[in-house]
Design a protein around this ligand. Sequence first.
Ligand code: NI
Length: 227
Amino acid sequence: MMLQVPQVLTGDQVADLRALIDAAPWVDGNVTSGFQAALAKNNQQLPQAGEAARAAGATILAALERHPLFVSAALPHRVLPPLFNRYGEGQGFGDHIDNAIRRDPNTGASLRTDLSATLFLSEPEDYDGGELVVDDLYGSHVVKLAAGDMILYPASSLHHVTPITRGTRTASVFWIQSLVRDDAKRALLLDMDVAIQRVSRTAGPADAAVLSLTGTYHNLLRMWAEV
Ligand code: NI
């Protein structure tokens, strides 16, 4: 399932975050790549241990915790500290699949990447090219979102970033280990949660059907969740 998560950050938050990270030193993006990805990747990255990346990452993680659609769709168990990357003219990232396991640099814990996330930090009119293209059974999906908006997609997807032909594209990328590993089960739970919210608004939260469906949602989550 691919899902747009709108307005993870407000315009003011994006501006503050960009001022912070744009002023920090950037390095070649291949410091965090696996062997295969390193062949395809051509971008810049903010050093993960640096103060700017840590502060900006904390802002994003706090915003995600408060975003109901993100929580409902991703059912996050662990979220890796966000990385920040930047593509200038001529830079891009060829086809690849993200590493299955990544290490949390803060805790040393291994995390299974169920979901990949890209949070756009440049406005689409500020650059040409730089589309995120994600392939799935239904074809190729071209993604270029407003600054502050995010796309969630299965980390098992083949994807690439098309070369930049004008301007600069800045984004944050990170990975999520979900409570529910299977993408299809997670999609069903999201559909069910959205439907329950809808019925609850008209029938009221104490309605017998709403109570029953909410119970069923939690019992499915109990059956499928790994913690
Ligand atoms: Ni990737």
